[in-house]
Design a protein around this ligand. Structure first.
Ligand code: CIR
Length: 254
């Protein structure tokens, strides 16, 4: 059984952090509708979804992915790179301690879950504006006993590693090669995004199916040609907050 932790959208979402996007008004009602669609997509893939209540004081708290890395053996509570987001870890700690032994990234290290891409026992960590080598060292120390290997990946032009590359099948990554170098990912096959859709590399893989935004039809054709099964969701409102599909959940085995 897979569990997904999600969180309702904060009514202060319009005060979200922005790094690469110009601020545009986010329609809160529409964003909430789309978030419901996302939760329903998770349920349609038979996940047990736990929806945490919104927090008006934490504009970006819908993006729960950034607060933790959950593995079968343990979980690591991150220390998000943006100061406004650091308090988000408290409520997630309270939830995850019911399921896993927890480790905590200690200051001054910083890492966002959006920078963490796990492929089996290999964990890639984006060296973005949000995440640093100190966090990589701490994570390596926590996870070495469980057989994980961690590697830093240079990320350019986007917020997180998973804006640039995500897994879409056991042996396949969806990648924007302008933002992350394929050479880091030895032994993997690739589907490249259509160059006219630079934000198309974020897909959420569950079993053999991805949850994927409707906004990237050209890249979707490439994914279909590669045999990837897709459940579509509309996600363009939260995209204005630089969020995508992986960032709205933490998924793990119960
Ligand atoms: C931020 O800048 O932190 C948020 N506005 C967006 C975070 C998106 N998170 C993710 O892709 N993992």
């Amino acid at each position: 059984m897979l569990i997904a932790i999600t969180r309702e959208i904060s009514p202060s979402i319009n005060q979200c952090e922005l790094t690469f996007h110009e601020r545009e008004p986010i329609n809160y009602e529409r964003a909430c509708e789309q978030h419901k669609q996302y939760v329903n997509a998770l349920r349609s893939l038979r996940l047990q979804v736990q929806v945490l209540p919104a927090d008006p004081d934490l504009p970006d708290s819908v993006f729960v992915e950034d607060t933790a890395l959950v593995l079968d053996e343990c979980a690591i509570i991150t220390r998000p790179g943006a100061d406004s987001r650091k308090p988000e870890t408290e409520s997630i700690t309270n939830v995850l301690e019911q399921y896993r032994k927890l480790f905590f990234v200690q200051p001054p290290a910083r890492v966002d879950g959006g920078d963490i891409l796990r492929v089996d026992k290999k964990i890639y960590v984006g060296l973005s504006t949000r995440s640093d080598n100190n966090a990589i060292e701490q994570m390596q120390n926590y996870l070495r006993p469980f057989g994980y290997e961690i590697e830093g990946v240079t990320v350019t032009g986007c917020l997180h590693l998973k804006s640039a590359v995500t897994q879409v099948a056991e042996d396949t990554l969806l990648i924007n090669p302008e933002w992350a170098d394929k050479n880091y990912f030895d032994g993997m096959k690739f589907v490249e995004i259509d160059p006219s859709e630079p934000y198309a590399a974020n897909a959420l893989l569950i079993g053999d199916t991805i949850i994927y935004p409707t906004a990237f039809p050209k890249t979707q054709k490439r994914l279909e040609a590669a045999g990837v099964k897709i459940v579509n969701v509309d996600a363009d409102e939260l995209a204005k907050a630089e969020g995508a599909v992986t960032c709205c959940s933490l998924i793990f085995k119960s």
